[in-house]
Design a protein around this ligand. Structure first.
Ligand SMILES: [Zn+2]
Length: 165
């Protein structure tokens, strides 16, 4: 599905959800949905706020973003997760089938990889009373950029500590 199709489909799902729940489809909600559709991987509400202000020239309050992300979650359009006490969201349709996703707990960057051994193991798994249709696997940790940054910070602290002695 390309971006335009995805956006059209998401819009349909959202209007349907709003209609069923007797809610209005406001320009803010439309803009937020659009911004969400443009994201790749996990994002934090704060970064969405920035994106919307910069690219869409659309100023919305923090509360609007949070409230509407909850709404999109209820509508099944985004998934919420919590990592190191930080709430992040991602498009519900983003997970690619049969992929291993490496998620950085600091910056939220998601990279994807495949591994034939893992794939075979999961597909050969005996699942009682469960018919598998697709799978994805998330691995949480630190990306190279963030782990380098942490190491650098740690070294600096060690140096300061030594100098004090
Ligand atoms: Zn990172």
């Amino acid at each position: 599905m390309d971006k335009a199709d995805e956006l059209r489909r998401s819009r349909e799902l959202m209007s349907e959800y709003l209609r069923l729940n007797g809610l209005r489809n406001t320009p803010e909600r439309q803009a937020l949905l659009e911004a969400v559709c443009m994201t790749e991987g996990a994002f934090m509400p704060e970064s969405l706020l920035t994106t919307m202000a910069e690219e869409k020239k659309f100023r919305v309050s923090r509360a609007t973003v949070y409230n509407n992300l909850n709404l999109l979650e209820s509508a099944g359009l985004v998934r919420k997760s919590c990592l190191n006490g930080q709430i992040r969201y991602e498009k519900a349709g983003y997970v690619n089938k049969g992929r291993i996703r490496l998620i950085c707990g600091m910056c939220g960057r998601v990279t994807e990889m495949t591994d034939d051994r893992v794939r075979r193991q999961i597909e050969d798994m005996r699942k009682t009373r469960f018919t598998m249709t697709e799978w994805s696997l998330s691995v949480y940790g630190l990306c190279s950029k963030c782990s380098t940054a942490i190491k650098r910070k740690q070294n600096k602290l060690n140096k300061i500590h030594k100098e004090k002695k």
